[in-house]
Design a protein around this ligand. Structure first.
Ligand SMILES: NC(=O)c1ccc[n+]([C@@H]2O[C@H](COP(=O)([O-])OP(=O)(O)OC[C@H]3O[C@@H](n4cnc5c(N)ncnc54)[C@H](OP(=O)(O)O)[C@@H]3O)[C@@H](O)[C@H]2O)c1
Length: 199
């Protein structure tokens, strides 16, 4: 992605980081600060969406989603918050999901991680948003074709019998968001905002 952004005339630097590791996230924030100065914007985006039914008992997948979608966000928030509080400015943007308001089929744990993200976003907003001048927001997309389903982990024959991979790469055909306030279910296309207009 960094190459694509640079190719389009922008500026970008990348560093491979596992967000489940606090030390690596701290290293990333230090690296970014060294390249560009203090971190003003954090976009908590890294996430895993692995679908399974409760009866599948896909414990490995639940653990991975909890490590990435919960701990990963917390690690990044923890790494940037002291600087933002000291500067009394900054923006934390958390990627939630429609599933964080209404859970769809075969997405109990994934949806629950997004409920968690809604909770921490509300709490951060109350605690540091107003009193410390930090902007805290959340985006909750519906189903967007970013290719995540095709990149879902391949079922492994060596998995423990407790860890079913059934339905892991097969999300519900449409999210079960049947509330009348929810737009008709359809898959969206990712935007490419960094592509500069030639006109
Ligand atoms: N697409 C949707 O329909 C949809 C709907 C609602 C919400 N969301 C949310 O939007 C966010 C992005 O989703 P997406 O559709 O862009 O998914 P994606 O295409 O699968 O991208 C997920 C990204 O997270 C990264 N990642 C996963 N585990 C990581 C880890 N341990 N450390 C660092 N990076 C890690 C992946 O890196 P690698 O490629 O290197 O593994 C990948 O770049 C997620 O939080 C997701 O829950 C997506």
């Amino acid at each position: 992605m960094a190459t694509e952004i640079r190719g389009a005339g922008g500026t970008a630097t990348a560093r491979v980081t596992d967000v489940t590791r606090m030390d690596e996230v701290e290293g990333l924030i230090e690296f970014a600060a060294g390249e560009y100065g203090p971190v003003d914007h954090l976009v908590n985006n890294a996430g895993l969406m692995v679908f399974s039914k409760w009866s599948d008992r896909a414990v490995d997948d639940w653990d991975k989603m909890i490590d990435t979608n919960l701990r990963g966000y917390l690690h990044a928030i923890s790494a940037v918050l002291p600087g933002m509080i000291a500067r009394r400015s900054g923006h934390i943007l958390n990627l939630g999901a429609v599933a964080g308001t209404r859970v769809g089929g075969a997405s109990g744990v994934y949806g629950a991680t997004k409920f968690f993200i809604r909770g921490i976003t509300d709490s951060l907003h109350q605690e540091v948003g107003v009193t410390h001048g930090i902007q805290v927001s959340m985006i909750s997309p519906g189903v967007i074709d970013t290719g995540w389903a095709r990149r879902s982990p391949t079922p492994r024959a060596s998995r423990s019998p407790r860890t079913s991979t059934r339905a892991r790469s097969t999300p519900p055909a449409s999210p079960s968001t049947t509330s009348s306030s929810t737009p008709p279910a359809r898959t969206g296309e990712p935007a490419r905002p960094w592509k500069r207009s030639t006109s």
